[in-house]
Design a protein around this ligand. Sequence first.
Ligand code: PLP
Length: 461
Amino acid sequence: MRKIVLHEKEMPRQWYNLAADLPTPPQPPLTPDGKPITPDMLAPVFPMNLIEQEVSTQRWIDIPEEVIEILSRWRPTPLRRATFLERHLKTPARIYYKDESVSPPGSHKPNTAVAQAWYNKQFGIKRLCTETGAGQWGSALAFACKLLGLECKVFMVRISFDQKPLRKIMMRIWGAECVASPSPETNAGRGILKEMPDTPGSLGIAISEAIEAAVSDRSGKTRYSLGSVLNHVLLHQTIIGLEAKKQLKMAGIKKPDVIIACAGGGSNFAGLSFPFVCDKIHGEDIAIIPVEPSACPTMTRGPFAYDHGDVACMTPLLAMYTLGHRFVPAPIHAGGLRYHGMAPLVSQAIVEGLLEPRSYDQVKCYEAAMLWASTEGPICAPETSHAIACVIDEAVRAREEGKEKVILFNYSGHGLMDLVGYDKFLSGQLTDYSLPEEALQESIAKIQHLPKVKKQKSGKW
Ligand SMILES: *Cc1c(COP(=O)(O)O)cnc(C)c1O
């Protein structure tokens, strides 16, 4: 079977929360002076129903009926088998992938955008503010807000705003207001514009602007929304892995041997893998691999430490693998993987030894994307190419070892709005960039003053 399609009625009715099963709980978020964050401190930024999810340790959380109804426009997504790539590689491995590119904005991101918009609306919120880099998250939230009747405001990093107009147009089609960041609309933006009028902007600046815009609305009807990293975002994405489990069963597969996904903030990786991490905790033998760019090697070279989620230090301190909140990654084309931190739940699973992170250079990733396009057909997102590069390595290894492994990966999105990177690759202008050790040390030195994290693990893996 090349595609395994679930009936709509078989769509999962609950999300899976890994916090219930991790042998050692993640360290709590802190204020800069080391005190635990309480839910009421987050109340100006997020609605209370999502804050409750953020701190929940309940294993299963019901998906509201109306969210299911909206998701069913494109879910369940197909589980496809990459037989043409298998044949090309002459591998005995079977390669399956969850096709999250079939959502209207073209990635996994609307899985949480729809849920977040719904919970905000439920709480009486009228308007959401957010930031976006290349525009994938901004377009997903714009889409969700349009369907649920909320206003949406997106602060888009200046350089992408100027150089990547396509997703900005998508946001406008879905009724969102999209402004270039830094903007003259916030104190944070005005301050930076005064200092550096020609700055290309950064995700950190855009986050600061979006949070400020949300908390400064006197009506109290505006909140902020984040597209990755936080526990409730990862929770909403677990529908991917829960569907995949049912689909593998339909294909007669008891368990996958290898699970692979790219990781920027960690949400598509967590979405596919967490239901299987649960199986691994309970004794299954599965290799679970998050893949990152070598230009932004958070999991493979960064320390596990308390750090802010943004440059302006507006977010609480999170216990995570990090390159330091002042880190500015090289302008590689996988924009969604250029984040300095990693989701606390993913980070704690790495500390436990449950995951095996890997990094890849961008040229190798584009080569993988080209092989994918010429065997399977679709043009993948630059982010997704990192997963594919790793899949190819694992399939070749299975051939060398003569093992009939089952490899499962997340096809997080299509690349039809991101063709410039392919253009550069095709014209030979793309080069590898691995983060120099001095730059890493310099960035990490800037978080030395923050409270120290306890690295706790059960020692079972
Ligand atoms: C945003 C994005 C990513 C990276 O974000 P995660 O939160 O790590 O999933 C990966 N792939 C695509 C297609 C994206 O749009």
